[in-house]
Structure formats: C-alpha cells, structure tokens
Design a protein around this ligand. Structure first.
Ligand SMILES: [Zn+2]
Length: 300
C-alpha cells in the first residue's frame, strides 16, 4: 500500500516544468485543441510518501497553485493477501423523490436526522425510470454509499455459487410505483459486532451544524438549533489515506456480504459500507462483471 499525493494544474508554467524535470518527477500532460480559442491543458504528477526525498519534493511544489489530492494505491500483494474487501459500485442517477427520498425510503424511528446515524430502510428505493446501466452488472445511486443494485446475470451467478448474506428486492419507478424488473437491490442485512481498529481515522461527533449554510438555512426557517436536536453519536470519516482495518475475529463464521457495526461518513451523511469476502471478489473478477470496485480491508 502506498500513499500517493496527486497534483494537478490547468495552467502551463515554465518554472514548474523545469523544477519537475530537474528532480526527475514524471509528468502526464494532456493537451487538446477544440478550435482557435478553445484549448485545454492538464498537467498531472504524483509524489509518493515512501519515495526518497518526498518532503523535499513536496516542498518544491508549494509555491505553485496546484490542486492536491491524497489517495491510496494498493499493490497486487495487498489484494492477494486480503480476505475481505470494501465493495463499492458506480453510481447511476439519484434516488427519488429527490427532495424527500430519505423520509420516503427509511424508517423515521431511532434515527438522527442531523447525521443519519441509525437509518434503516423501510421502503423500496424509487428511481426516475428504468435505469440504463450499459455494460455494468453492478450499480448504485448518488448520495447512497451503502446500497447496491445488480442485474439478473450477476445476481444469478452469485446465488448459484452459494454466496451468503444477500437478499434481493426490486426498486420501483418513483411516480407509478411499478417494480423495476431489470435490476434488483442486493440487501446486506448482517451487521457485524463492533471491531473497527480506527488507527489514523478522523472522527466527527454529531453536536453542531455541519456548516454555515446549514446553520443559516435552519435560522431562516425560524428553527431554534438546540443541542437537543443533535444525537451526540460518533462517526468515522472514510479514509483517504490507507484503508479500513478491523479485528479479524469479528468475521469468523459470518456470511460473504456484511456491514460493520460502526457508522462512516461526514456532515449529514452516514452509512455502513458493504464488506465482502474474497469469494465474492473472485467470482466478480472471473466473470469480468463491470461496475464493481474493491479495496482491501486489513485485519489485525
Ligand atoms: Zn446525529
């Protein structure tokens, strides 16, 4: 596993290019000409925390106006060694009705509306229309990071391989409530016992507005933002550096699809990410199903 710092700029800068070249930092440049007046330029390069002189190189770049992102790159060995994976899918569309999907989809008891901790699905997800997932067998929805939808081919192969911990249901068309036949929601009902090892993860506690905008909106609606409106519970931010680490014992005897006990997310969004066994990933890789993404989960 390597921690990568990705830098990006859309402006040509001779000084920067010279510094990068002198220090033998590999660059990717993409230039496109659309017409006389419309040209685009993208320069991208990566610095890795484990490379020699990382701090020195990072220092060189600080005088330039660069977009900066921290990401994690896993090695083939990280994937080979892992027994469990954090499974995500490509989002396609938004849950409906857009302004009220949360109240429409989830039970409203035992939930904090400020941070979403405690959410529990009560009704089928509603979509605008029959989705067009192209070649993807797996797909998701924007705003919903802990549910996935699957087409029949993949669902049947997982079932026939005796993959455990899955339950299926059909989403519906928002206006007509007609079931959508071409995809099924793959529900993961098993929640593990607590066992997250939160090394390096940042946490937030639900005790105040998440940002000024939310505060102003509440005030303009005449709401008194009392501390009583906040649940005081804790959630972990999804890691940008590294991955999720759990106590290995909590996975013993568990089905192939599970969710952790702990809640993740930031601001007004909380979810329990979907974790899958190596068996699930192997099937999906073998079948070359698209729309599925895996990050190794570390166990201690
Ligand atoms: Zn809360």
């Amino acid at each position: 596993m390597r921690i990568a710092h990705r830098y990006l700029t859309f402006e040509r800068n001779v000084n920067l290019l010279e510094i990068l070249q002198t220090n033998q930092i590999k660059i990717n440049v993409t230039e496109k000409t659309y017409n006389e007046d419309l040209k685009s330029y993208i320069l991208e390069f990566f610095l890795y925390e484990d490379e020699p002189n990382f701090a020195f190189k990072q220092n060189l770049d600080q005088h330039f106006n660069l977009l900066h992102q921290v990401t994690t790159e896993f090695s083939p060995e990280d994937f080979d060694k892992a027994e469990w994976f954090w499974f995500t899918v490509a989002p396609l569309g938004y849950p409906q009705p857009e302004g009220k999907f949360f109240e429409t989809t989830y039970a409203i008891d035992n939930i904090c509306f400020k941070c979403e901790i405690g959410k529990r699905q009560k009704n089928p997800f509603r979509l605008k229309a029959e989705p067009k997932p192209g070649k993807n067998q797996f797909l998701g929805l924007h705003w919903v990071y802990d549910e996935m939808f699957v087409r029949d081919v993949a669902a049947n192969i997982l079932r026939h391989a005796n993959v455990t911990g899955m339950r299926f249901s059909h989403p519906v068309v928002s206006k007509s409530h007609t079931p959508i036949e071409s995809i099924q929601q793959l529900h993961v009902d098993t929640v593990l016992r607590t066992g997250l090892i939160p090394d390096g993860l940042t946490v937030e506690i639900c005790n105040k507005p998440h940002n000024e905008e939310e505060k102003n909106n509440a005030e303009s609606r005449g709401e008194v933002d009392s501390p009583k409106n906040y649940c005081g519970q804790l959630k972990y931010n999804f890691p940008q550096r590294g991955t999720l680490t759990f106590d290995k014992n909590i996975f013993e005897g568990q089905p192939d699809f599970v969710k952790p006990y702990e809640w993740f997310g930031s601001g007004g969004s909380a979810s329990r990410p979907i974790l899958v066994s190596k068996k699930v990933r192997n099937i999906i890789l073998k079948e070359k199903f698209r729309g599925a993404f895996f990050a190794p989960v570390f166990l201690k």
